[in-house]
Design a protein. Structure first.
Lengths: 87, 87
């Protein structure tokens, strides 16, 4: 039977939060078309970092790291593209 | 002798990027005092997530997870406070 301990559950909730936190930011930009206060440097460095985590997860064959960082990369990179589009 | 393999080095660079990416955003807010385009929801959810990662690292006695998330929490929470201060 599949069981999950409390520590793993905590890790899953943490991963969920740090991944999906970028959704309200993306929605805000789609609504307002304003990105002036967002740091371009932040989204470049963050997207590069998440992409490196993705490669790391792939090399370690660690499915949770791959999956979480794949989704986070999509959100982070989308915000980066919108930052470049809506100056 | 202390040695580090290429995969671990990749993980370290990834962690460095996703941690310190928030620094240019914090600097930008300190300079401009503007946070209107930043999503409050993002920084609340992200700060909660990083704090849960910190507890997870503590419970797992995983020093790199504790350390990386402690630093990221300071940056993320600082931006959250500034978002609340500079509406």
């Amino acid at each position: 039977m599949f069981t999950i301990n409390i520590v793993s559950l905590l890790g899953l909730i943490a991963a969920f939060c740090t991944t999906f936190a970028f959704v309200p930011q993306a929605i805000r930009i789609i609504k307002t078309r304003h990105t002036k206060d967002l740091s371009l440097g932040m989204y470049i460095i963050f997207s590069v970092g998440v992409f490196l985590w993705l490669i790391y997860g792939f090399l370690q064959m660690d499915i949770p790291i791959m999956l979480a960082n794949f989704v986070t990369f999509i959100f982070s990179f989308t915000i980066l593209i919108m930052k470049l589009k809506y100056k």
